[in-house]
Design a protein around this ligand. Structure first.
Ligand code: SF4
Ligand code: SF4
Ligand code: FES
Length: 249
């Protein structure tokens, strides 16, 4: 039976099987706190980044099992909510700088990927709408670029690993592939290398000493004047090489 919005802008839902009435505008995470829960786990960033708040629910009358991030998903009438505190994963131990043959690496460290049934359950489970199966299949075929690009928005929530019938931990496989790809296949932009070198040589230390002495208003003023990296940065390099030192003189 489909539950309805209550007249006073609240919804009825079930948290760990117990019924609560909560404001209809809340996220699941805030609704749980409204109901009296205090998070000591299953909560981290509160901003959809850390993946700690993986939550599963069904709605009465609907056969589907939904996976969402509690800090992002809104409450709905009739939700039956549960959270899994921890999902054990298979994590290989490796030194990413000392991987001999890239094509053999996956076989050595995550041989279970070859058990993939192409069932697409991982994709269906992902709260980030990542086409997880395609990233796994691309990894198996050695297309690390494709696997890395597809899996980039992964927040490591573990939903795919909890549901995979082949017992693969897809998020750790694709994390390994992204590490392989950036370490061995991508060149480091020249701008980044020179900046890291300057930082390690202490070039910015005097400027940082000046910045920490500023009051918050002046600090904000300077921050807002920064040159911002465009969304599609490509090989972008900053023009103002002496920012914010030029504003401190
Ligand atoms: S759920 Fe597991 S077996 Fe199914 S496609 Fe994803 S990785 Fe492969
Ligand atoms: S790929 Fe797996 S671990 Fe990553 S966000 Fe999707 S379900 Fe979560
Ligand atoms: S608390 Fe970090 S993703 Fe929800």
């Amino acid at each position: 039976m489909q539950e309805k919005l209550s007249t006073n802008n609240t919804v009825s839902l079930y948290i760990f099987g117990k019924k609560y009435e909560v404001p209809s505008t809340l996220t699941i995470q805030k609704a749980m706190e409204y109901a009296g829960y205090r998070f000591i786990r299953n909560c981290g960033c509160r901003g959809g980044v850390c993946g700690a708040c993986l939550t599963m629910y069904r709605i009465r009358g609907d056969y589907r099992l939904y996976n969402v991030l509690a800090c992002q998903a809104s409450v709905e009438p009739g939700m039956e909510i549960t959270q899994i505190p921890f999902i054990p994963l298979r994590k290989a131990i490796y030194d990413i700088r000392n991987i001999g043959n890239l094509m053999e690496a996956l076989n050595i460290y995550y041989p279970e990927v070859l058990r993939c049934l192409s069932c697409n359950t991982c994709t269906k489970s992902c709260p980030q709408d990542i086409i997880v199966m395609e990233s796994i299949q691309a990894a198996i075929k050695g297309d690390f670029k494709k696997a890395s690009e597809i899996s980039f928005p992964c927040v490591m929530c573990g939903a795919c690993a909890a549901r995979c019938p082949a017992e693969i931990s897809p998020q750790n496989v694709t994390l390994f592939v992204r590490r392989l790809y950036v370490t061995h296949a991508l060149s480091v932009p020249g701008n980044l290398s020179s900046m890291v070198k300057e930082i390690t040589q202490g070039k910015f230390d005097p400027m940082l000493d000046e910045l920490v002495k500023l009051d918050l208003t002046r600090l904000k003023e300077i921050y807002l004047k920064r040159e911002q990296e465009p969304l599609e940065a490509g090989r972008w390099e900053p023009q103002e090489r002496d920012f914010p030192a030029n504003l401190l003189k």
